[in-house]
Ligand binder design. Structure first.
Ligand code: ADP
Length: 187
């Protein structure tokens, strides 16, 4: 009999450029290869659709997270592994979503601001420094790091594969995704 995954929301939080999308993509592939039911809620895409029109004030950021959390909850209770990739800078809101969803697994995608700024994947730090973008997290808007995440990925110190392996191992340990049978495990 096939062992199915349980529903869980894997919430990746961290600065822009920390590696949330990169880890999410690799994690999605890994979980799909294990036949888990997976759905991705990507912060940027969500802002173009579900939360279009919201800005970056604290109130709007909170509303953004509440709506993502609402959808994540619906999917989670239907047995989906939901991968949320969103800066989600406020501790209180992440806690609120954790309480609501229950099966909540927080991943702190952590790289020092200087590293994220040097990567500047989308050129946003440059714009924030020049004043073109206001309320940019880490530059002129707060980021509250998780106090007790299920997993922390130091993306400046570990490879993408290492980060993904850590997350998968902890998901297995907590019983959210089935462990691979020994024969299926890569050497
Ligand atoms: P975010 O989604 O958090 O804004 P991205 O995933 O878009 O960040 O960008 C992170 C960048 O850092 C990518 O260019 C990625 O290749 C690089 N990177 C280097 N090492 C890692 C790692 N261990 N995990 C994730 N990303 C990494």
């Amino acid at each position: 009999m096939k062992i199915e995954n349980r529903g869980v929301t894997v919430w990746l939080t961290g600065l822009s450029g920390a590696g949330k999308s990169t880890i999410t993509k690799a994690l999605e592939e890994e979980l799909r290869s294990r036949e888990c039911k997976v759905e991705v809620l990507d912060g940027d895409l969500i802002r173009e659709n579900l939360t279009k029109g919201l800005g970056f004030s604290k109130a709007d950021r909170d509303e953004n997270i509440r709506r993502i959390g609402f959808v994540a909850h619906l999917l989670t209770r239907n047995g989906v592994v939901v991968l949320v990739s969103a800066i989600s800078p406020y501790h209180e809101l992440r806690e609120e979503v954790r309480q609501r969803i229950g099966n909540f697994f927080e991943v702190y995608v952590n790289a020092p601001l200087a590293v994220c700024e040097q990567r500047d994947v989308k050129g946003l730090y440059k714009k924030a420094r020049s004043g073109e973008i206001k309320q940019f997290t880490g530059i002129n808007d707060p980021y509250e790091a998780p106090l007790n995440p299920e997993v922390e990925c130091r993306t400046d110190l570990e490879t993408i594969e290492e980060s993904v392996s850590k997350v998968v191992a902890k998901l297995e340990e907590l019983g959210y995704v089935p462990e691979l049978a020994p024969l299926g495990r890569e050497k």
